[in-house]
Design a protein around this ligand. Structure first.
Ligand code: GDP
Length: 321
């Protein structure tokens, strides 16, 4: 996969975020609950050093509930405060104020000791593109808030949204870039539609998704498309390495063994499933040939909008289903 990115943007974004970090107490980081690691930028740990941290598992409505819980534990064990939310519907957001207070307890205690009372916590929303930052800010702030500007120390026309007497939010989110150089990350972000499809080979992508679903969510494709995927599930994958955090889906040569989910047999199988989906959906070209490109588009669209059910593409290492 060849993904273009411009280092100039990265440097600029990083510098801007470094400046903004000086103004805040708390980082609210949004990740996509379907790919909680691939949708993070590890640089944030460095940039946000010394700040209170909350991870919001956003789009939790599209992700596997069992894995939402596993990921919540994963991030908690790493010392983050975590909340599963749906920024679009607003579900889960009510609990956020309480979590903010908890995450900033030490800072609030320090303030109190110094005789500083009622100084609101200042927070910034951060995440890679498309994780739902704007949706979240709109839902969370609603109409009840007031914008406050021109405060000392606030540069670049930054505005603070005052949510209540104890919390202010920087009105523009911090945008980070994903770890594109990792092919696995590129693939996962392509599945969820965060990378422009035009630069990708849709059929290849759809077949990768088919292989993943057959391995980890058996029955999903059959149910949705009324097809018969009766092949034996690919054997020889006892480690369950699949899309596990930190593992490449393929071996070090970039070739799966014949029996692994990335092996030759699985590839043939995925191609045949895609053809079956094309037939089931009446995707035909002139001469009755199946239009697998169209079927690929349908499958990706169904997955991204949750019509295949709630599916998580990454598993915490200790929690392989
Ligand atoms: P940003 O680039 O991080 O600001 O992302 P946006 O706020 O523009 O959201 C990207 C897309 O994700 C939009 O189509 C939103 O409607 C959608 N979205 C955001 N949050 C959720 C969520 O919790 N659940 C679902 N299903 N969709 C969401």
């Amino acid at each position: 996969m060849n993904i273009q990115w411009y280092p100039g943007h990265m440097t600029k974004a990083k510098r801007a975020m470094k400046e903004d970090m000086k103004l805040i107490d708390l980082v609210i980081e949004l990740v996509d609950a379907r790919v909680p690691l691939a949708s993070r930028n590890p640089d944030l740990d460095e940039l946000g050093r010394g700040k209170s941290r909350i991870v919001l598992l956003n789009k939790g409505d599209l992700a596997d509930e069992r894995l939402n819980e596993a990921w919540t534990r994963y991030f908690q064990e790493k010392g983050f405060f975590v909340l599963k939310v749906n920024a679009r519907s607003g579900s889960g957001l009510k609990q956020l104020n309480g979590v903010v207070q908890e995450a900033c307890r030490e800072k609030l205690q320090r303030d109190r000791k110094r005789g500083i009372l009622n100084r609101p916590v200042r927070a910034m929303v951060v995440g890679i593109p498309n994780v739902g930052k704007s949706t979240f800010i709109n839902s969370f702030t609603g109409k009840a808030c007031t914008k406050t500007g021109n405060k000392p120390g606030v540069t670049k026309g930054n505005q603070w949204i005052r949510l209540n007497k104890s919390l202010e939010l920087l009105d523009t989110p911090g945008i980070l870039w994903p770890k594109f150089e990792d092919q696995r990350v590129g693939l996962l972000l392509a599945f969820i539609g965060s990378i422009n499809d035009e630069i990708l080979h849709k059929e290849e992508l759809a077949m990768e998704l088919i292989r993943f679903l057959m391995e980890y969510y058996p029955g999903v494709l059959e149910k949705r498309y009324q097809i018969d995927v009766r092949e034996e599930p690919a054997a020889g994958n006892e480690t369950g390495a699949g899309m596990t955090a930190g593992n490449e889906p393929e071996d070090s040569n970039g070739h799966g063994s014949d029996q692994s989910p990335t092996g030759k047999k699985a590839k043939v199988q995925a191609a045949s499933v895609l053809t079956q989906i094309a037939q089931a959906r009446g995707c035909l070209m002139k001469g009755k040939e199946t239009d697998t490109a169209k079927a690929a588009g349908i499958l990706l669209d169904d997955f991204r909008s949750g019509r295949l059910g709630r599916i998580t593409l990454e598993f915490p290492e200790a929690d392989i289903p």
